[in-house]
Design a binder for this molecule. Structure first.
Ligand SMILES: CC(C)(COP(=O)(O)OP(=O)(O)OC[C@H]1O[C@@H](n2cnc3c(N)ncnc32)[C@H](O)[C@@H]1OP(=O)(O)O)[C@@H](O)C(=O)NCCC(=O)NCCS
Length: 170
């Protein structure tokens, strides 16, 4: 039996315990006619990596509530590896923000480049499928504290935009 992941201490579970890194070799079936990965494919890998980080923190089933805008800075070419690094930035009540950094890696040289960054919000669900509170997050480093602070600002803007869009649709 392996040892379990670090559990919550008195101040909560360390943000680093949610860190999830996955690698995916970009195959022709992932790509468009230019030989680069479809944006939608990268979004799928991003959502999956983020959901694993969210579940690692919450140890509960989660659903994606929102994905903030995505800007693709550089393409991922067939034969490159897509590296997705996900970590919980902040826990609110029943929801949490996860940041995903998507990098390209040349498998032969190891050279890495930045493809895109994404912020996703997940909501934890109880056995009845209702939103349920998530345990606290312990941010340890200055970098994690900055990420948590900025996540709180993004949450305000995100919920404001959601409400504006809902009013517009109503
Ligand atoms: C996300 C979902 C569970 C929220 O349910 P709800 O009935 O609106 O619940 P609440 O209003 O109590 O909100 C629950 C939490 O979600 C957050 N939330 C709701 N909509 C959100 C959005 N668009 N962006 C970010 N957070 C959101 C709320 O802020 C709240 O977080 P908090 O407890 O940390 O403050 C519900 O809308 C849902 O099931 N959506 C579909 C999810 C799904 O199927 N995703 C896969 C893509 S198809």
């Amino acid at each position: 039996m392996g040892s379990p992941m670090p559990d919550a201490g008195p101040r909560g579970k360390p943000a680093s315990a949610s860190r999830t890194e996955i690698a995916h070799l970009v195959m022709p079936s992932d790509a468009n006619t230019l030989g680069t990965a479809f944006g939608g494919m990268v979004m799928q890998w991003t959502d999956l990596a983020a959901s694993m980080a969210a579940m690692r923190h919450a140890r509960l089933p989660v659903v994606t509530a929102s994905i903030d805008q995505l800007h693709f800075r550089a393409p991922l070419r067939i034969g490159q590896m897509a590296i997705l690094i996900a970590q919980v930035n902040a826990v609110f009540g029943t929801s949490m923000e996860v940041e995903v950094q998507v990098l390209s890696e040349d498998p032969l040289t190891g050279e890495r480049g930045r493809c895109c960054d994404a912020y996703l919000t997940f909501v934890a669900l109880d056995a009845q499928g209702r939103p349920t509170r998530v345990g606290p997050l312990h941010v340890e480093s200055a970098e994690e504290r900055r990420r948590e602070r900025e996540a709180r600002l993004r949450r305000e803007a995100r919920l404001r935009l959601r409400d504006e869009l809902a009013r517009g649709a109503g």
